[in-house]
Design a protein around this ligand. Structure first.
Ligand SMILES: [Zn+2]
Ligand SMILES: [Zn+2]
Length: 132
């Protein structure tokens, strides 16, 4: 992250093959307990934030992530080398790209606002955010 430039964010995968930079405004930090997030991560929740696609670029040696279609119009992006989940994109909302919160270099100040797919949440982990 470029210190002092408030709207610039960077991040990437565990091995550094996939890297990204985003100059747009970060939005909607949230947890998701949908079946796809659970199966993809092997964990009860995944954490996501959105960036405008304008100003977002893949900067690592691996270029773009490997994309896997979870629905015909929805893809999850992961590193083909280390397997880290890095991104998600949806054809119905092509103006945004989602990245996993923990892939951000500067995730420390981020607090998830809510949790999506609450009915699918596991009963042994507290749910984040106010009820809908
Ligand atoms: Zn990697
Ligand atoms: Zn999900």
């Amino acid at each position: 992250m470029r210190k002092g430039v408030c709207a610039m964010h960077s991040g990437g995968c565990l091995c550094g093959n996939i890297r990204y930079q985003a100059s747009g405004e970060l939005s909607f930090p949230h947890l998701c307990s949908c079946p796809h997030c659970q199966r993809l991560s092997g964990s009860p929740v995944m954490s996501w934030v959105d960036f405008p696609r304008a100003g977002f670029e893949w900067t690592g040696p691996g270029g773009e992530p490997v994309w896997y279609n979870t629905f015909p119009d929805s893809q999850r992006g992961f590193c083909g080398v280390c397997g880290s989940s890095v991104a998600a994109q949806d054809d119905s909302d092509a103006a945004l790209v989602g990245v996993t919160m923990m892939s951000l270099d500067d995730h420390g100040a981020l607090v998830p606002e809510r949790q999506s797919f609450r009915p699918n949440a596991v009963p042994w982990l507290p749910i984040v955010g106010a009820r809908d």
